[in-house]
Design a protein around this ligand. Sequence first.
Ligand SMILES: Nc1nc2c(ncn2[C@@H]2O[C@H](COP(=O)(O)OP(=O)(O)OP(=O)(O)O)[C@@H](O)[C@H]2O)c(=O)[nH]1
Ligand SMILES: O=C(O)[C@H](O)COP(=O)(O)O
Length: 209
Amino acid sequence: MSRDMLFVIPMKDPERAKSRLQPILSQPVRKKLALALFRQTIDFIRASHGDADILVVTGSRQIAGLAAALEVKVLAEMDVTHLSEAVEQAARHAEDQGYRSICVLPADLANPQSYDLEQLLSAARDTPSVILCPAHDGGTNALVATPPRAIPFRYGYQSCTSHEQEAIRAGVSCMVLRLESLAHDIDVANDLYLHLAPSINQLLDAELP
Ligand SMILES: Nc1nc2c(ncn2[C@@H]2O[C@H](COP(=O)(O)OP(=O)(O)OP(=O)(O)O)[C@@H](O)[C@H]2O)c(=O)[nH]1
Ligand SMILES: O=C(O)[C@H](O)COP(=O)(O)O
């Protein structure tokens, strides 16, 4: 069956998540924050696209259980040592399932807005092509790939530039789309102060299923 778009959310074990916030948050609070942001990401996609196909790729049994409770599909990652490998496994899965494109979103966006996702998803998708939404720090906060494995994934330092270079190398058309609410994720203390300070208690107090 031919399907259009699979949203891919990579999520690491929440016990080890948000390690760069170690100077200001205890491990239990970092875990709680990672889970709350994960839940926020699913809710955000669903609020924007009620019928979205969402796949969580993870090595965590807890995340797999939470995703299942939220009625989201889960791919158990195999022998993954880096985010790029987890996304590659999800992209293979999307290809096998007949999806035309994937939209990879990290599970730690600060305050994503539907109008920005709309703009991203309404951009023309040639085959083959990639659309990249840079993070404020040079990372890649949204990546739409058509077909799902149009380029090798190069998450890490300044990955937006690395993904652009991979697109050039592969002869794949590449658009960089700067969208304000998709530019900010929660990595370091300053991100918390700038983007989550007013709402952090509400976020951390929200019930998980
Ligand atoms: N499935 C999977 N997801 C990952 C992996 N590494 C990172 N992620 C996810 O990729 C997104 C961005 O990750 P990072 O900012 O590097 O990780 P983080 O736990 O949020 O924060 P740090 O520990 O400070 O790096 C988050 O949704 C992570 O959960 C991995 O090895 N496997
Ligand atoms: O390439 C990236 O964007 C990073 O590997 C993941 O994002 P972050 O570390 O900026 O959260």
